[in-house]
Design a protein around this ligand. Sequence first.
Ligand code: NAP
Ligand code: GDP
Length: 325
Amino acid sequence: MGLGECRFDFEKKIILVTGGSGLVGQAIKQAKQQDPRENETFIFLSSKDGDLKDPAATQRIFERYKPTHVIHLAAMVGGLFNNMKHNLDFLRNNILINDNVLHNSYKLGVKKVVSCLSTCVFPDKTTYQIDETMIHNGPPHPSNFGYSYAKRLIDVQNHAYHQQHGCHFTAVIPTNVFGAYDNFNLEDGHVIPGLIHKAYIAKKEGKPLVVYGSGKPLRQFIYSIDLAKLFLFVLREYEEIDPIILSVDESSEVSIGEVAQIIADAFQLEHGIVLDSTKADGQFKKTASNNKLRTYLPDFQFMPLKDAIERTVQWFNLNYNIARK
Ligand code: NAP
Ligand code: GDP
């Protein structure tokens, strides 16, 4: 069944979105408003509702809302340079959050959980294109092994909960996400929000945009609103326990240098781009296959990267005071 097609589903759903205040959570809030279902009630959580690293706090949240479905987004999330400094924190915090969310989902009889992995969890040394069957095939890139192993365990947990208790717990595997409500911190965020914030400052100060590394690594970026639409499809239609990669086509893969140029152009920077080659490049590429997604949704249209970056720049300029940075 395609996106937007109608299926008569009257089952009342209470959908708890952990990490609902973040980049992906806010996009899902917008996407479900644009494509509502009468039988769905969404609850968007932030860390203010309770620390999901804490088993008692997590249990209280689940007992309070009694969700039938969970979109599990809450995580310690960061770009390359944050991961390199804090592998242990990424490992421990995410293991704790995931175990509490999945175990309370099991105890409370949640019908379906959709969790979130990432294409950075795939093996470093690999063949391309990477597909869903390759998650556990070898060690991840050393820069983010803590985050990667914690995320890989979600897939292990999903299969174990299914095998032992028949639970319908699954996961999506997005590529590098960006959009409104991202973390625009200069050092800790991902590359697009980091470069947008740097370009904002460079414009004010009449300086060039400093891009870390060689500018050569390749990435597939997904706009948060596109990802959110696909998340709703997975929540509503996807029946497998095995995860599904949510990525643009391979032809849309770009270099960091190309992305930096789009951002510099969006700000009409007059002093160009300079590369800081003392900084790390991270994994050269993680080219992921969206063949599985295309078998479900052959006609899904992704927003062109340039348009999506321009929208994000516009959001950042308008919301500078409230943006996370
Ligand atoms: P984000 O913007 O940093 O949001 C993280 C969310 O998790 C926030 O709502 C945050 O709450 C919440 N959170 C963090 N620690 C928590 C805790 N201990 N207890 C309760 N809530 C907690 O992250 P995102 O980019 O939307 O990521 C969402 C999911 O997508 C994550 O699972 C991430 O691993 C995955 N993902 C992200 C990317 C990417 O490029 N961003 C790529 C692939 C996969 P507060 O707002 O209150 O802090
Ligand atoms: P990744 O896709 O998981 O590796 O994480 P990032 O979103 O942090 O992207 C990292 C890539 O972007 C690496 O090749 C970095 O060298 C490059 N990059 C260039 N400038 C920046 C920047 O200002 N911030 C970040 N996070 N990465 C940058």
